[in-house]
Design a protein around this ligand. Structure first.
Ligand code: PLP
Length: 396
C-alpha cells in the first residue's frame, strides 16, 4: 500500500458494531475477568484501545513495528532521553527545536549527562566525536528553521558500528516524505502537534522504533511517568491522519511556489528551503526524502523590517508551531526558539531577521499576494530604518 492509502485504510475494523470510525474508549479503567486474570487492557495510563490503534497506525506509517504516543512532542523526547544514564553522553544537532535544547540543557546541568552540539551535516565530524560514553545521537533533518540536511544512511552506519542509538525528529516532513527508520535510524520522534495532526487542535508526540528492547523501555516510561496521550486526543489524531497525505502534498506544492517567489524577491536576502536547487543539501535531501515539506524560512537583512513584514501579513497568522492547514508566520528568534538558554543562544539561535512560514492549504496565489503586499508595504519603511528613521516601535 502507498502512504496515502495507508492513511485512510489503517486502523480499520475490530469494532463489534462495525463502526466505520473507531470508537473513543473514554475510560480510565477496565473490568478484569477475575482477580488474577487480566484482559488486554487494565488501566488507561498503561494502555487504551484508542491510543493503541493510533500507535499501530503511527508505527505503520513510519514502516516500523512499535510506537508510543505521548501528550506532546516534548513528552516523547523526554521519554527518549530517559534511556540515557548519568555519565553517558548525547550528541545533538546544532539547529534543534528550542524546547529540545532547553530540555537537553537541563539534563546536562541536573543529571550529569554530557550534551554536545555538532554540525551533523558532516557525518565525519559525528564519527570523530563518538566516544564509548555516547549513547544517543539526536538530529533533525531538515533541521528547523535553517533546513540543514544530515545524511541518514551515513549516520546510521556510523552509529550502528559503535552501538550508539540514532534518533531522528521527523516532525518537519512527516512519514509521507521521509521514513528515517528505513534508512538506518533506530528511533523516530514526532511532534504530532504539527503535520500529523494538521489542524492545530491537539498537542501530541510519538516515539517509534523497530527494536523491541527500545520500545519496552519507552513503554515503561509511558506507563511509569504517565505522559501517554489521552483517548480523546488519540482519536482526534487518528482523524487528522486520514488526510495527512492529501494535506502535505498540497502544502508541499504551495511551499515550493512560495520559496521560488521569495527567492526572486528584491527585499529577500536568503531563502531556506531544501526544494531550491541553490540549497546546499538539495541533492542529499532528494536521495533520502520524497518531498520538501511546507516550512520555508527567509531573511531580509534587517530584524526590524522582518517584524513589520510579519505584522503586515493578513492570511498568514502570527503563531508558533507549523504543519497546520492554516498558514502561519513567525520570528523564530523571539518565538519558537526563544527557549534556547541564554548561554547557548550565540551558538544555537537562528538569525534575528529570520522569518519562518508554515504554508497551509489556502490558494497559493492568495498566499503569495499576501506576502508580496507585506514585503512591499514595508519597503518604504525599510529605507527609513536603513537611514536611522522610525526605530523603536517593534513589539518585544
Ligand atoms: C514542536 C516541536 C517539538 C515539540 O513538540 P510539542 O508537541 O510542541 O511538545 C519537537 N521537535 C520539533 C522539530 C518541533 O517542531
Amino acid at each position: 500500500m502507498k502512504t496515502s492509502t495507508r492513511c485512510v485504510q489503517l486502523g480499520r475494523g475490530g469494532d463489534s458494531h462495525g463502526a466505520i470510525v473507531p470508537p473513543i474508549y473514554q475510560t480510565a479503567t477496565f473490568e478484569q475477568p477475575s482477580a488474577t486474570e487480566f484482559g488486554d487492557f487494565d488501566y488507561t495510563r498503561s494502555g487504551n484501545p484508542t491510543r493503541a490503534l493510533l500507535e499501530q497506525q503511527l508505527a505503520d506509517l513510519e514502516e516500523a513495528k512499535y510506537a508510543c504516543a505521548f501528550a506532546s512532542g516534548m513528552a516523547a523526547i523526554t521519554a527518549l532521553t530517559r534511556i540515557v544514564r548519568p555519565g553517558e553522553e548525547i550528541i545533538a544537532g546544532d539547529d534543534l527545536y528550542g524546547g529540545t535544547v532547553r530540555l537537553l540543557d537541563r539534563l546536562a546541568s541536573h543529571q550529569n549527562i554530557t550534551v554536545r552540539y555538532l554540525d551533523t551535516t558532516s557525518a565525519t565530524s559525528v564519527k570523530e566525536a563518538l566516544t564509548a560514553r555516547t549513547r544517543l545521537v539526536l538530529i533533525e533533518t531538515p533541521s528547523n528553521p535553517l533546513f540543514r540536511i544530515s545524511d541518514l544512511v551515513a549516520l546510521g552506519e556510523i552509529t550502528r558500528a559503535t552501538g550508539t542509538l540514532l534518533a531522528v525528529d521527523n516532525s518537519m516532513l512527516s512519514p509521507v516524505f521521509q521514513r528515517p527508520i528505513t534508512l538506518g535510524a533506530d528511533i523516530v520522534i514526532h511532534s504530532a502537534t504539527k503535520f500529523l495532526c494538521g489542524h492545530s487542535d491537539v498537542t501530541a508526540g510519538a516515539v517509534i522504533t523497530n527494536e523491541k528492547n527500545i520500545h519496552e523501555q519507552i513503554a515503561f516510561q509511558q506507563n511509569a511517568e504517565g505522559a501517554g496521550l489521552s483517548p480523546f486526543e488519540s482519536w482526534l489524531l487518528l482523524r487528522g491522519l486520514k488526510t495527512l497525505s492529501l494535506r502535505v502534498e498540497r502544502q508541499n506544492l504551495s511551499a515550493t511556489k512560495i520559496a521560488q517567489f521569495l527567492a526572486s524577491h528584491p527585499q529577500v536576502t536568503k531563502v531556506f528551503y531544501p526544494g531550491l536547487e541553490t540549497h546546499p543539501g538539495y541533492l542529499l535531501h532528494r536521495k533520502q526524502s520524497e518531498g520538501d515539506g511546507a516550512v520555508v524560512s527567509f531573511t531580509t537583512g534587517n530584524p526590524t523590517y522582518s517584524v513589520r513584514v510579519i505584522e503586515a501579513a493578513r492570511l498568514f497568522r502570527i503563531a508558533v508551531s507549523f504543519g497546520s492547514v492554516g498558514s502561519t508566520i513567525s520570528l523564530p528568534y523571539r518565538m519558537s526558539h526563544a527557549s534556547i538558554p541564554a548561554a547557548l543562544r550565540d551558538r544555537l539561535a537562528p538569525p534575528e531577521d529570520l522569518i519562518r512560514l508554515s504554508v497551509g492549504i489556502e490558494d497559493v496565489d492568495d498566499l503569495i499576494e499576501d506576502l508580496d503586499a507585506a514585503l512591499h508595504n514595508n519597503h518604504k519603511t525599510l529605507h527609513q530604518i536603513a537611514n536611522g528613521g522610525t526605530q523603536g516601535r517593534v513589539q518585544s
